[in-house]
Design a protein around this ligand. Sequence first.
Ligand SMILES: [Fe+2]
Length: 294
Amino acid sequence: MFTLAHLSDPHLAPLPRPRWGELIGKRVTGYINWQQKRRFIHDPAALAAVVTDIKAQVPDHIAVTGDIANIALAAEFPPGRDWLESLGSARDVTLVPGNHDIYVREAAVFAARQWGAYMCDDEGVGGFPFVRRRGNIALIGLSSGVPTAPFLATGWLGTKQLTELAATLNELKGEGLFRVILIHHPPVSETARQKHLLDAPIFKRVIAAHGADLLLHGHDHIHMVNWLHGPNGTRVPAVGVPSASAAPGRDKDAAGYNLYRIEGTRDAWQCELISRGLTTSGEVVQQKRLMLQS
Ligand SMILES: [Fe+2]
């Protein structure tokens, strides 16, 4: 039995004070949005409660699907590193970046420098997709975070990542591993187009052709389960979680995370999903239990 915890979109607060030179372009609108709205949603106490509850479950591994940062100021990345280290070592925690982590062009360098140990393969090599093997589980990290114009939160994988993903999925299938894809943007979303993964149709075709056992994402800040087409009539669950720091009582789901209990062997997997979330009284409780594969 392997227990995988998945959380996303912690959007660490407080936001460090920006330097004047940093507040140009997209960061201006992002900063105003943070000050007027988002700082009231992303609550450090909610995040701390979620992290404490995750640790009490003693997972074998923790996956984080991005948006640690808010407007990708240089000063957001060292606290992000501290927060990752508070979750666990880079051996036990895997990260993929979100659009708020790669908010502006230079942010990819900050993320690689500060968080690179959490976004690399088992040999320490960065770049996407990367693969980490833990027992008979393979974690495949993708990056959909790209700098965009103001008011856009779209994602993009691109031909190179998608081509390598196809080959990687085949290879891992051959090894008989349970393949878990980690990506920030969901492949299926009810949100407006300006938040979508723009090459989702091609991504879904790759999954339909080459398969996967589980896909974990964030970005929409709500609990979501969508079933994608896999090869030969199989279905692939794509599961999203709320922001891990969302204060209860706002317009989206309160802070929460998912646990996966995975067992079995090649083509005979069992995977149970357990959702846990924060209540208005500040407790983290089990909200849902669902067999994804049995
Ligand atoms: Fe987010």
